[in-house]
Structure formats: structure tokens, C-alpha cells
Design a protein around this ligand. Structure first.
Ligand code: NAD
Length: 437
């Protein structure tokens, strides 16, 4: 059945949600308060890099299934078509300095929704929020819902990963519906009916907790293997083999057991912090989460630790970085480890050149004092070491002989264990991987 849906917040999650809901047959209005972003979207431009998203946006803009609006009021009651049966909130929930989630954007949307209610509506929180946010959204809407229009507040956490977001949305492992009523459940089940996935129906608080607990657990796996990699470096064991041996155990599984330079992005760091914060607020110090974060902070110093072992003094020497985004196939630089690493190298008075196939325009807005290279080879010119930060496919098969000629000193730091150490060493380089002998 076709539904009329309003998605508020047209960022990485909101745009993918809007485009995919249109793809499965609904009529969607995506709302955003950022005037430039909205103008770009209305003009047919896609403000973020996400594989497959542009195709869906163009297709459904043309068909009329997807449109854009500047206000929640307009999104909930479009000029053409019926009023929205469901409003998905997909605005940012950035971290505050104390680690808690800033929920002021969610509150602002809840108030706007309340003022535009005209008939029964399900207000669905898709943003990642701490447990009990649903209660606050309910109270906020109650306060401004002067005509006592019936509504329900539901939680439908989003598990997509940037880089594979469209696929993740359309073929998810599970759909979690945290609902307060059968009516809300029936509507959300109907909206998601075209997607073949296990649907888990819960109360609202459990759904909120599922999201924080899932992201924190994945972050824990990464920090765990990063800690093991340090022990490997100290003993001469090979973390790739240790991770393989662990991952073959079906109770553990191979995913998220890849050591590296630490996790970043708009989800794991802030969600871990916010989960720890809400647990403390509720009277429980979930200390494991603090340790996961500490291990990650320590791991972000891996580049500096390793390069000092080989190059002694860093001042005046030249670092070349491959990759800036926090992972491949996205232009997202939020909390990307690359930014912190560059800051630390610059603080040691190093010259820094960088390359990224997609994230350079965004990086140019915020990174000063670095050289933006046209490709990996240009970045490596005159470098004292080359470090792989993001495992983009174009960095997989480098011409090692060509690089060797271009660099001042043949040192490779493989921050993602992408390369075959024997092959790199055979080309005349000193090779350092994460937790590899
Ligand atoms: P984003 O910053 O890319 O997008 C948020 C958008 O909301 C922005 O375009 C902003 O202009 C808009 N906005 C803010 N206030 C508004 C308002 N009052 N009215 C209309 N628009 C408003 O953020 P994102 O990465 O899409 O994340 C959104 C939420 O989803 C966060 O809670 C995040 O934790 C969660 N999440 C993100 C991912 C991810 O991979 N990015 C995955 C799962 C969940």
C-alpha cells in the first residue's frame, strides 16, 4: 500500500531514507532547514557522496514520488497529495562537550510537528538517540498539540553504513520497530512491507537501546582487535592470523575484527559517548565503554608512534597520506581519524600532502597548511613516508617501483593492513602494518 511520508532532515540518513521509501512505492517529502542544501536538492544536485543515491533521487524526483520542502508544515501537508501519515525524524544528534547527545534539533522538529498535526500521525524517530528520548518527544508534542490531535511516537533506529547505505536500507539485516500501539505498528509494518527482512517489534525504549547497544558493541569489537594488535606488535605475532583464527569461531564471526588506525565517523565515537553518558545519568557507570574509547584514542596515535620509530625527528620531514574520509566510499569527514593524525603531524612541524578520491572538496574547507595532491603518486613526491589511512579501491594496486622513485625515503605505513608485506618489501620499502611482524 502506498503511504504519504514526511522525512525531516535530508542528510546522510534522511536522504537515503526518503529516496528508498520512494523506491519501495511511497510518496515522500524530504524537509531540510539548510537553505543551500535544499536549493541544491531542488535543482537536482546531490549534496553528499553515497553510491547509488543519485540514481534513486533523480528517478523519484522525475516520477514525482519524491519532493523537497523547507518546512515541516509544508512537508506534512504538501501542496499536492494527502497529508503525511508518518513523519520520520532524521536530524543530527551531535555530541555535546560532556559526551551527551545534543537533542535540540529533535526537540525543534517535535514542536514543529505538533503545530502541524491535523489527523492521526505516527512520529518516528530515526535519528540515533538515547533511551527515553521518545518520552521527551511525546511530552514536547503534547505541549504544542493544542487541538489534541491523536498521534503516536515510535522509534525506528537506522542501521545503514555510509558507503553502502542504499543497499543497507533496502536489504537490511533487521527492521526494528519500537511502538507504543497496534495502530503505529500496523502503519510502520505496512510502510516497510515491500522490504524483505526480519521485523522486530519492541517497546520504544528497547528500540532506542538496541541502536546504542549495537553501535557500542561493534566499536568494542574494533577496539578489542586493536588492543590485540598492540600485543602482536610487542611479541612478533601476526594480528591478521589471530583475527582469522578468532573469526572462524561462529560465535565470534570475522566482521569488525580488522585492526586499523582507530574508528571515526559520525556514529561510533558519539554514540559510544552518548551511551556511556545516559548509563551514568541512570546511575550505572558502564565502564567498558570508556575503555573502548580509550583504546581507540590510543590507536589514533599509531601513525605517530610507528613513524617516530623509523624517522627519529619529524620536524621538516614530509608525510604523505592516502585517504581522508573515515572509511571508503563516502565523503564524510566527521570525526575522521585522518584529521587528528594530520593535526598531530603538523604539530610536529611536518610537511603534509594528502589525497582522497572523493573527500578533498570537503577537506579543503577545513584543512589548512596541507598540500592537496592530484593522486597517490603526486602525494608521495619527496615524502619521507607514505601512510594508508582509508582503504579506497584505487589505493589497492599501487605501482611500487614508481612510488619508490618518487619518495625521498621508502617507508610505507599500512594503517589498514591492505597490502601484502612481502610484495611491498620486495619493492625495496620498509613496511609497517598494524599488529603485523
Ligand atoms: P546529517 O548532519 O547529514 O543530516 C542532518 C540534517 O538535518 C542536516 O541536513 C540538517 O540541516 C537537518 N536539520 C537539522 N535541524 C533541522 C530541522 N529543524 N528541520 C529540518 N532539517 C533539519 O546527519 P546524518 O548523518 O544524516 O545523521 C542523522 C541521524 O542519524 C543522527 O542521529 C545519526 O547519529 C543517525 N545515524 C547516522 C548514520 C550515518 O551513517 N550517518 C547511520 C545511522 C544513524
Amino acid at each position: 500500500m502506498k503511504h504519504q511520508i514526511c522525512v525531516v532532515g535530508s542528510g546522510y540518513v534522511g536522504l537515503v531514507t526518503g529516496a528508498c521509501l520512494a523506491e519501495i512505492g511511497h510518496r515522500v517529502v524530504c524537509v531540510d532547514s539548510d537553505k543551500d542544501k535544499l536549493a541544491a536538492l531542488k535543482a537536482g544536485k546531490v549534496p553528499i557522496y553515497e553510491p547509488g543515491l543519485d540514481k534513486l533521487l533523480h528517478r523519484h524526483r522525475r516520477s514525482g514520488a519524491l519532493s523537497f520542502a523547507a518546512s515541516v508544515a509544508e512537508g506534512m501537508k504538501p501542496a499536492k497529495g494527502p497529508r503525511a501519515e508518518a513523519v520520520f525524524i532524521a536530524v543530527g544528534t551531535p555530541p555535546r562537550p560532556d559526551g551527551s547527545a545534543d537533542l535540540s534539533f529533535v526537540e525543534a522538529v517535535a514542536e514543529e510537528v505538533a503545530r502541524s498535526l491535523e489527523g492521526y500521525t505516527v512520529v518516528v524517530d530515526k535519528s540515533t538517540v538515547p533511551v527515553e528520548t521518545g518520552d521527551w518527544v511525546q511530552r514536547t508534542i503534547d505541549r504544542f498539540n493544542k487541538a489534541d490531535v491523536p498521534f503516536d511516537v515510535a522509534s525506528n533506529p537506522e542501521f545503514l553504513s555510509e558507503g553502502t547505505a542504499v543497499q543497507d536500507f533496502l536489504k537490511p539485516d533487521r527492521i526494528v520497530l519500537g511502538v507504543p500501539s497496534h495502530r503505529a505498528e500496523a502503519l510502520l509494518r505496512s510502510i516497510y512491507a515491500p522490504i524483505k527482512a526480519e521485523v522486530l517489534v519492541t517497546d520504544v525504549k528497547s528500540a532506542e537501546l538496541i541502536k546504542h547497544a549495537s553501535n557500542s558493541f561493534l566499536a568494542t569489537k574494533i577496539s578489542f582487535i586493536n588492543a590485540v594488535s598492540i600485543l602482536c606488535e610487542k611479541t612478533g605475532a601476526d594480528v591478521s592470523l589471530v583475527a582469522k583464527g578468532m573469526g572462524l569461531d561462529r560465535r565470534i564471526g570475522p566482521q569488525f575484527l580488522r585492526p586499523g588506525i582507530g574508528f571515526g565517523g559520525f556514529c561510533f565515537p558519539k554514540d559510544l559517548e552518548a551511551f556511556h553518558w545516559i548509563a551514568r545519568k541512570k546511575g550505572y557507570d558502564f565502564a567498558l565503554l570508556k575503555t573502548v574509547k580509550d583504546i581507540n584514542e590510543h590507536q589514533k596515535d599509531w601513525v605517530l608512534r610507528r613513524v617516530e620509530e623509523d624517522l627519529w625527528n619529524l620536524g621538516g620531514k614530509h608525510a604523505a597520506l592516502l585517504g581522508l574520509s573515515f572509511k571508503p566510499h563516502t565523503d564524510d569527514l566527521r570525526f575522521a581519524p585522518s584529521l587528528e593524525i594530520i593535526e598531530k603531524l603538523r604539530a610536529r612541524r611536518m610537511r603534509v600532502s594528502v589525497h582522497d578520491p572523493v573527500a578533498m572538496p570537503k577537506a579543503q574547507e577545513q584543512l589548512k597548511g596541507v598540500r592537496f595532491a592530484k593522486d597517490a603518486y603526486d602525494a608521495a613526491k619527496g615524502a619521507d613516508f607514505l601512510v594508508l589511512i582509508t582503504e579506497w579501491p584505487e589505493y589497492r594496486d599501487l605501482d611500487w617501483a614508481r612510488l619508490k622513485k618518487l619518495m625521498r625515503n621508502p617507508l610505507i605505513l599500512d594503517g589498514r593492513n591492505l597490502y601484502d608485506p612481502a610484495q611491498v618489501r620486495a619493492a625495496g620499502f620498509v613496511y609497517r602494518g598494524v599488529g603485523r611482524p
